[in-house]
Design a protein around this ligand. Structure first.
Ligand SMILES: [Mg+2]
Length: 381
């Protein structure tokens, strides 16, 4: 089997921008993805996806996809690991990790379709139930968030994550308020998106420890391994991160330093399914947790679901809830171009699973895809 061509769909912003705090102040977040469709001479095609925060940046990602994609033409897509390393040596120099990730997902999709098996079966099979936690990046008062938790529980969620990092005193008050006012047994995590100084992170982390938070995500600059390790060693709240790291190699110094207790690879950026499974193996050996970061589009979310159910050490997955106006927050909505989207809805028992069809199991809604497309081109070599 050989790759013959790759259709590259550059998609418009998937939802209205939401505001989150980061190191540069308040940042507008949206999702604009590049969907790749890798075609073969045997009639099978595979889907993969990466994204940027804005359409303008996504055009740059598409250029990287075009350059890396040319290297796949004429190659066997079923040799996923060999292809991964061929693309990785280029990504190391060009920074094309988004492209590497999208292609890795697409090659696994083809491999699954060729074997007539869902990808998670090829990764070792279903090993343990996976539950979603809701990420609420939208601006809500803490009183509203406590009410939202009841709404989420009605739809199968028992956990949520909130953003902190814009106002230290407000963050302290919010954590204490949620500790007292969330529905019984409903858990929450906090995410600072690398905004705090070490001292402020320690202060918030102490309160988060008292409040029994699930984890404290990206408290300080993610590349400051020593500061993350210090927090992780001194606080009882687990420190979480990894969303902007690439590949499994980056996990080693973090594990050796005991910098994180929760590893959150973004499949769309870390190096796809191949990298995430390797991270899962490393993390399990060190007794740490694996919780995929999925703030992003839908094909990438489905790929993450396959990894999550196949990794026996992965029990939770992020589930972005980007609007309070959704009729069902358990129905993934960042991407209207998946026809069988109901297959990945949160179930009444609070678990979530990938589709059972071969490969990633995604059926495209072509009309919706066309409506979402800002630009489309084909790579042929
Ligand atoms: Mg985060």
């Amino acid at each position: 089997m050989k790759v013959t061509s790759i259709d590259v769909h550059v998609l418009k912003n998937i939802f209205d921008a939401v505001q989150i705090p980061d190191q540069a102040g308040m940042r507008e977040l949206t999702i604009s993805s590049v969907l790749v469709e890798v075609h073969t001479d045997e009639g099978l095609s595979g889907l993969g996806e990466s994204f940027c925060r804005h359409l303008a940046e996504t055009h740059a990602l598409a250029a990287s996809v075009k350059a890396l994609g040319a290297k796949l033409i004429g190659k066997d897509p079923r040799q996923v690991v060999r292809r991964w390393h061929e693309l990785y040596v280029d990504a190391k120099r060009t920074g094309g990790y988004g492209a590497l990730s999208a292609f890795d997902e697409a090659l696994w999709d083809i491999k699954g379709k060729a074997a007539n098996q869902p990808v998670y079966q090829l990764l070792g099979g279903d090993s343990s139930p996976v539950r979603p936690y809701a990420t609420f990046p939208i601006h809500r008062s803490v009183q509203q968030l406590a009410e939202d938790a009841a709404w989420l529980r009605e739809h199968g969620f028992e956990r949520m994550k909130i953003t902190v990092g814009s106002d230290l005193r407000q963050d302290e008050a919010n954590i204490r308020y949620l500790q007292e006012n969330l529905p019984d047994g409903f858990q929450f995590a906090i995410d600072a998106n690398t905004t705090y100084t070490f001292r402020d992170a320690y202060r918030i982390g102490s309160i988060a420890s008292e409040a029994g938070c699930m984890w404290f995500e990206e408290p300080v600059e993610h590349l400051n391994i020593r500061a993350n390790a210090e927090l992780n060693n001194r606080l009882s709240v687990p420190i979480a991160g990894y969303q902007t790291y690439n590949t499994h190699y980056a996990a080693l110094p973090l594990l050796e330093a005991n910098a994180l207790d929760v590893y959150q690879p973004s499949l769309d950026y870390v190096g796809g399914i191949t990298a995430a499974m390797r991270i899962g193996a490393l993390v399990e050996a060190f007794g740490k947790a694996h919780v995929p970061h999925t703030m992003g589009p839908i094909v990438n979310f489905v790929a993450s679901l396959h990894v999550a159910v196949a990794d026996r050490n992965c029990h939770l997955i992020e589930h972005p809830v980007l609007s309070r106006d959704l009729s069902n927050p358990g129905q993934f909505h960042a991407g209207k171009y998946m026809a069988n989207v109901t297959d990945i809805a949160v179930r009444p028992d609070g678990t979530i699973a990938p589709p059972e069809g071969p490969g990633l199991g995604i059926e495209l809604d072509r009309a919706a895809l066309q409506a979402a497309t800002a630009e489309m081109f084909t790579v042929t070599g």
